[in-house]
Write a protein that binds this ligand. Structure first.
Ligand SMILES: *Cc1c(COP(=O)(O)O)cnc(C)c1O
Length: 376
């Protein structure tokens, strides 16, 4: 039997695999692999979802009018500077497709958000991956890799999967090194968890840099991962073009109304973020006491730079019904979840260290693993 000819690039891509057990009939697995909010939606959000549900015989508002108006108010900007998409993933896809002339390259760090190379490949853009230094973006090295072919630079800040934050003044200096013809996207999916004295968003830099767009999502701190809503902010003429690269009607009425409701309940939702940030400190401190090497995280997850032992630890957790995200050869990312789930994870982590005495600190092994991760 002959098969239809599909693009060869599809043969190079692995299917997206969520962690085992999460979506099966007996979903007993502790969900610490996807950086979701552990909190169920606030009553006001559930009510908005139910109300919108009664109208789904109609197409959604393709312009996302009320949501864009609400976002413009929140950010003190104009509606023409905001685009909404079916998750920030859809907006990232639109970014890649919008720069995908033949020979185009996109520069991003590695390890960083795992979908960047896939979206690049699908769009026919070359993904140029710049290794992290000390688990953090090396902006100097990234600037060095910008060539006349570079059409897009992505800075995931804070970075997924390492949780580290690039300082605002470093980002500001970096932007002056990027040619104004090259688009820069700062992916701030975890912005709400960054919490610190210095500014942790690039939004204020948009005014001086029309080539800068900032991505945000309702999937993490706003707790709407299941509804798929994200947005970006940038220069009005760039945003106008990017909107054309998004599928019409992609953001459902239910998602739009829930996002407006969530914005209205931001105070309560951000108090939940406070508790996640406190829980992050508790879990990290416990891991440090167990002897783990854990970079300081500005997100709702922690990174364990295990190098060659990452897959082993991922399997260890899966056998105990704990879903974490293992990046073979690099490390394991574990979400900060409900305290009970985190306690199970901490018990599994402690047991793993006892079972793998060569991975204990003082042997120089964790340092060696980190070097391996950076080299790959
Ligand atoms: C979770 C995440 C997103 C959000 O994706 P959505 O499509 O909005 O759910 C975007 N960027 C990064 C780095 C993420 O980790």
């Amino acid at each position: 039997m002959s098969h239809p000819s599909l693009r060869a690039v599809l043969g190079t891509l692995a299917p997206y695999r969520p962690s085992a057990g999460l979506h099966g009939p007996a979903a007993t697995t502790r969900p610490l692999s996807a950086n979701e909010s552990p909190h169920t939606p606030l009553p006001g959000v559930v009510e908005a979802v139910a109300r919108a549900g009664a109208t789904v015989n109609r197409y959604p508002d393709p312009g996302c009018g009320p949501l864009i108006r609400a976002l413009a108010r929140v950010h003190g900007t104009t509606e023409d500077r905001i685009a909404v998409g079916a998750g920030s993933l859809a907006l990232l896809q639109a970014l890649f497709q919008s720069v995908a002339d033949p020979g185009a390259e996109a520069v991003h760090a590695w390890p960083s958000f795992e979908v960047y190379p896939t979206l690049a490949a699908l769009a026919g853009v070359e993904s140029v991956q710049v290794p992290l230094t000390d688990q953090t973006h090396d902006l100097r090295a990234m600037a060095d890799r910008i060539s006349p072919r570079t059409r897009l630079v992505i800075v995931c800040n804070p970075n997924n999967p390492t949780g580290t934050l690039v300082a605002h003044d470093e980002l500001r200096a970096f932007l002056t090194l990027v040619p104004p013809t090259c688009l820069v996207a700062v992916d701030e999916a975890y912005h709400e968890y960054a919490r610190g004295p210095a500014p942790s968003t690039a939004l204020d830099l948009c005014a001086g840099h029309p080539n800068l767009v900032v991505l945000r999502t309702f999937s993490k701190a706003y707790g709407l991962a299941g509804l798929r809503t994200g947005y970006l902010v940038g220069d009005a003429s760039v945003v106008g073009e990017l909107r054309k690269a998004c599928l019409p009607y992609a953001v459902s009425t239910v998602a739009q109304h829930a996002a407006v409701a969530a914005l209205g309940l931001a105070d309560q939702l951000l108090r939940r973020v406070d508790s996640t940030v406190a829980e992050r400190t508790r879990v990290r401190d416990a891991l440090l006491r167990q002897g783990w090497d854990v970079p300081d995280s500005r997100t709702n997850f922690l990174w364990l730079p295990l190098g060659p032992l990452a897959a082993d630890f991922g399997t260890w957790c899966a056998r105990r019904d704990i879903a974490v995200r293992a990046f073979p050869g690099l490390g394991v990312r574990v979400s900060v979840g409900a305290a009970e789930d985190d306690d199970h994870f901490l018990a599994a982590a402690g047991a793993w260290r006892s079972a793998r005495p060569t991975a204990t600190p003082g042997t120089g092994q964790t340092r060696q693993f980190r070097t391996t991760a950076e080299a790959s």
